[in-house]
Design a protein around this ligand. Sequence first.
Ligand SMILES: Nc1nc2c(ncn2[C@@H]2O[C@H](COP(=O)(O)OP(=O)(O)O)[C@@H](O)[C@H]2O)c(=O)[nH]1
Ligand SMILES: [Mg+2]
Length: 530
Amino acid sequence: MGAGVTRPSEASPPLLHLLHDIHRDVSSIVFPFDVPGAPHMREVRARVTTQVQSHLLPRLADDATPAVVVLGGSTGVGKSTLFNSLVGREASAAGVLRPTTRRAVIAHHPAVHQVPLRDLADAVATTSVPPGLVVLDAPDMDSLEESNRAMADRLLEAADLWLFVTSASRYGDRIPWANLIRARDRGLQVGVVLNRVPAVARTTVRADLLGMLDRIGLGFAPLFLIPDVSPHSGPLPEPMVAELKGWLTAASGRHQARAIIKRTTAGAWTALGEALEQLAVGVDEQAGVARGLRAGTRAATRGPEEDIARALAAGDCAVGAPTTRWLSLASTGGPLEPLVGRGPVRAGLRGRARSARTVAAATLAADAVDAVTALLADALHDASRTVQRAWRDSDALALLDGAEVLDSDQAGERARAATASWRGLVGGLLDSGGIQPSGRATAALEPSGLADLVIAGAIGVVGARDAATHLLGHETICEEARAALIDVAREAVRSAASPYLAVLQALPTADHAARLRVRAQELRSQLDAL
Ligand SMILES: Nc1nc2c(ncn2[C@@H]2O[C@H](COP(=O)(O)OP(=O)(O)O)[C@@H](O)[C@H]2O)c(=O)[nH]1
Ligand SMILES: [Mg+2]
């Protein structure tokens, strides 16, 4: 009611929260795999969401009938002061000099339009009271005036919850105790406030009052002790009533939920709990299938991935065009001949010889990259087909929704993108500063030519590798470039499974099943607590 509890989320009854959670959790689960129980599970899921959304939630959320909380007790015990403290303002006249409360005052949340007992009391709208309840300051039940006493009785009759307010000096009064016994017999929920308790008397008074409550069978009623404040006017300090406010809010939630449950078929709640348990079994089953398929999907790309890594490590791509090209470029009279061995190399007039060599190296690298691209495209295509086969075998292809097997064009495009990124990596290796090309190297080739020579060496053209190693004075440059290529290729092959894995990623897991079981448990304990 005070600061902190007026937000709808906190003021709403816990059962309402729980139903929202249940609705969200159940809505988010799917049963995509056609295992034997799946069609039934889909029906249960649809039934639960409809029931919660169209039947239970609207009734729970309906705040047309807030719980009526009546503050009743002997005169001068501090009811009006407490009332003002609870509703956060001086809504009811309190004080020794003023006339005692004659006309009841009712505090309600502004959102409550049908205020109960509106004709019997002055209404005050305040957001300090949660929408789930209205609070009434009743006339003294021991009033000297007959009409006041009658009104106090009437209000108690209408109450869902009676907050019996008494004080250290008045708790023995006869009239309230007669009323308490009547309330007990009617099954009215009672909370007891022992107000204005002097610190010295605290223990004895409390024990004495508890004993009296116990003797009339109300020993279980919650008891709130509010210490005596020295003579004052105005509401009590907030912390003094905080516990009481919390209890009121919770109790009104219970009251509302109970009323709802009366309005719904009792079976609906049990059935909901059972349906949640059932759905959990179904989700576990689906999660099991998804796990198997995930393992199968990963395994499907592993073969092609290992194959290409092995081929690249063995330099297989160099066989054929790249090696032939090197041999023709580096043979006697060929532009790259000076790079063979360790003889002197000259850039030539205005670097013309060096330009020619750089162009030759580019041709060589183009052959090398083509060979790698072709091999990688095959591997990708292969991986994609294998994954697709695994999904077809599991009857899961329908889940893909467009994530098709890569055709050879797409595989080629991806392979080209991968090798292009590898070339970038090789350029980076040479620029990284660890390598200082010698004078011989800079005379031999322009920087791009040096990188192209490393490209050819990395895929396994032995002569190119030797030349690159000597020119750059770096023993492992081609091995490093090859390792980078293998990484890029592995990654590319694995990516053939990405759309498939993404689909699996979005499916419910065993965690979702566990959550449904927790919800079923929460539902049971909430219903038990009502
Ligand atoms: N000393 C002291 N006076 C209080 C306390 N609570 C209320 N009063 C005073 O007791 C008088 C009666 O309080 P009121 O709230 O009108 O009691 P009601 O007759 O039960 O509605 C007022 O003058 C209050 O200021 C308290 O804890 N200590
Ligand atoms: Mg009063």
